[in-house]
Design a protein around this ligand. Structure first.
Ligand SMILES: Cc1ncc(COP(=O)(O)O)c(C=O)c1O
Length: 367
């Protein structure tokens, strides 16, 4: 049996006829940029999240970058983020000349350890970026309290958390701003690159709309220096079509996670879902001893797996210049050696999950 890590082709039957129709229209009207489908998607996604504004952009990295830029983050500022995340979270900070300040993660959820945030705050701190990793929200009440106490902004990195909920509220509706990625394999994915910033703040929304488009509201009149961070119409059409299926697909992921949990909870450390969260399992991440050997064993039996992420950010070559020694973030460092992401996507079938679980049990038993 061959089990892919993600198989996007299985969702085509839900969406492709509608997308083909929209594409036909876009191509024949030659309206590739800044037309109705991007706007339609922005309205629908804002409505889905229950936020006032959605500004569609060309990647999650751009969404993070523009969010921080709109808040005026720059040289001399510090931004707090978890040390276990995709590097884009930190890159957005670095590209603006500010300093990423890493915080260790919680050993159960793998999200930022809220108990360690206050120690990382200095008089240069401007923003906290909680990353809702793997599809589960960070502990937002505590983070909001800290942000209020120290007068800091919150930019949620919701790039892995489309449709996830914290105490009944959607990821992306909890901070000052939030960034989403629509990279194809995400719970809501484009047919290429895409991203969005969402916010309830009118002023920030207006600023980001301008920054996305060379700092202009009126063509060739530039009020500030921005860039080209626009989403194209084809992706707008794909995303507004796919959005209708997001809740169904997330529930399919949750069902798959439940089956994995039942089969694996006595064998490995299965994901911990905080009772008041709705985890949307962008990734299904277990922890296991001898991870590399187990990964190899699964690969030999046709099962693709991933590691998210193998090296915590402070130990990446790109961040060597910060001189943060090994041992500084013991939880993240330990977890990085043990985590393994199993195949997870909406249309994975029970038979495939059973096969993965069986091979995993064998691998663990054989050491
Ligand atoms: C947590 C996190 N932040 C940021 C990003 C960046 O998004 P993009 O790849 O769309 O630039 C990703 C995407 O992988 C991500 O998972």
């Amino acid at each position: 049996m061959k089990i892919p890590f993600v198989d996007l082709s299985r969702q085509l039957k839900d969406i492709f006829p509608e997308i083909e129709e929209k594409w036909h229209e876009i191509v024949h009207n030659s309206r590739f940029v800044g037309s109705k489908y991007v706007k339609e998607f922005e309205d629908k996604f804002a409505n889905y999240l229950d936020v006032k504004h959605c500004i569609a952009v060309n990647s999650g990295t751009s969404a993070l970058y523009l969010s921080l830029m709109a808040l005026g983050v720059g040289r001399g500022d510090e931004v707090i983020l978890p040390v276990n995340t995709f590097i884009a979270t930190a890159e957005a900070v670095s590209l603006l000349g500010a300093k990423p300040v890493f915080v260790d993660i919680d050993k159960k959820t793998y999200n930022i350890d809220v108990k360690k945030i206050e120690k990382a705050i200095t008089d240069k701190t401007k923003v906290i970026i909680p990353v809702h990793l793997y599809g589960q929200c960070s502990n937002m009440d505590e983070i909001l309290e800290i942000a209020e106490k120290y007068n800091l902004y919150i930019v949620e990195d919701a790039c892995q958390a489309h449709g996830a909920e914290y105490k009944g509220k959607k990821a992306g509706s909890l901070g000052d701003l939030a960034a989403f990625s629509f990279y194809p394999g995400k719970n809501l994915g484009a047919f290429g690159e895409g991203g969005a910033v969402v916010t309830n703040c009118d002023e920030l929304a207006e600023k980001i709309r301008m920054l996305r488009n060379h700092g202009s509201k009126v063509k060739y009149y530039h009020e500030m220096i921005g860039g080209n961070f626009r989403m194209d119409e084809i992706q707008g059409a794909v995303l507004s079509t796919k959005l209708k299926f997001l809740d169904t697909w997330n529930n399919m992921r949750r069902k798959a996670a439940k089956i994995y949990n039942e089969l694996l909870e006595d064998v490995v450390i299965t994901p911990y879902e905080v009772p008041y969260n709705k985890h949307v399992y962008h990734l299904y991440v277990i922890r296991v001893d001898n991870r590399d050997k187990i990964k190899e064993y699964l690969q030999k039996h046709g099962i693709e797996t991933g590691i998210h992420y193998p090296i915590p950010l402070h130990l990446q070559s790109a961040y060597k210049f910060l001189n943060i020694p090994k041992g500084s973030f013991p939880v993240a460092e330990k977890v990085a050696d043990e985590i393994l992401s199993l195949p997870m996507f909406p249309y994975i079938i029970e038979e495939e999950i059973l096969y993965v679980a069986e091979r995993l049990k064998e691998g663990v038993k054989n050491g």
